[in-house]
Design a protein around this ligand. Structure first.
Ligand code: BGC
Length: 248
């Protein structure tokens, strides 16, 4: 019998959840997506998360990702969600509403955990950096498969601004940039990152990774760059895996 887990991925625009097959790292059936409430306060997000869990009838420990630095359950930053998350005991607030034990972690860290176990980072040693290009830019860093949690490389400074304000997928959309216009921005961002951490492999994820063929070949970087394999399921899968393995 395969073992199942449950994950919820809280993003700036949508909250997505699904049961996960932890043997294969795949979603069991279709995920459910509900638009992120505005304002995206912890209480409002907890209500949506509880609806998702209820819809699947999940019982037991589950994982929830947030686009925030999370240290031992306490949220310390809130770049693309309501600032009232800062200082919140997230497992407490979410667990109370959902009625099941909850493990909370950074969204990019969750995506990275999933890719390292089931996807593009499987069996890769050395330093691996996973970057998610979405509303912002998230990062997860692994050394010989071990996560260094809460890296925030989306906020690396480029031209005196946060890199995610220049090279996130949302910027491409908002400014209606072509692949030829957007990709050099990503190259410049990766070059800045490469000069600081010298990775062996960079994995690019987020929704835009499904179009990897359109822009990966145009990157001009030292490090090998590959597309994430779990696409937009990575956050959900990583959250479920983190809950299963007792991430704290
Ligand atoms: C946040 C990160 C998050 C990333 C992707 C950034 O703005 O600071 O914590 O991982 O967005 O959502």
């Amino acid at each position: 019998m395969s073992s199942h887990g449950f994950g919820i991925d809280v993003g700036g625009s949508g909250i997505k959840g699904c049961t996960v097959d932890l043997d294969t790292g795949t979603l069991v059936g279709d995920r459910l997506r509900i638009t992120t409430p505005d304002p995206s306060t912890p209480e409002a997000v907890a209500t949506v998360a509880a609806r998702i869990v209820g819809r699947f009838g999940w019982r037991g420990r589950l994982g929830v990702t947030v686009p925030c630095v999370v240290k031992h359950g306490t949220v310390l930053t809130a770049a693309n969600v309501d600032p009232s998350w800062i200082g919140t005991d997230a497992p407490e607030v979410l667990g109370k509403e959902i009625g099941e034990p909850v493990v909370v972690l950074n969204d990019a860290d969750a995506a990275g955990i999933a890719e390292m176990r089931y996807g593009a980072g499987r069996d890769v040693r050395g330093v691996v950096v996973l970057l998610t290009f979405g509303t912002g830019i998230g990062s997860a860093v692994f050394s010989d498969g071990e996560l260094v949690p809460n890296t925030e490389f989306g906020h690396l400074q480029l031209d005196g601004r946060d890199a995610e304000d220049i090279a996130a997928a949302s910027v491409k959309e908002q400014q209606d940039l072509s692949w030829e216009e957007w990709t050099p921005r990503v190259s410049r961002y990766l070059a800045a990152l490469e000069s600081l951490v010298w990775p062996d492999l960079i994995i690019v994820g987020g929704g835009i990774s499904k179009d990897a063929d359109r822009w990966l070949p145009m990157l001009e970087n030292r490090t090998r760059v590959v597309a994430a394999q779990l696409r937009n399921a990575a956050g959900i899968v990583g959250a479920a895996l983190a809950a299963h393995t007792g991430f704290s």
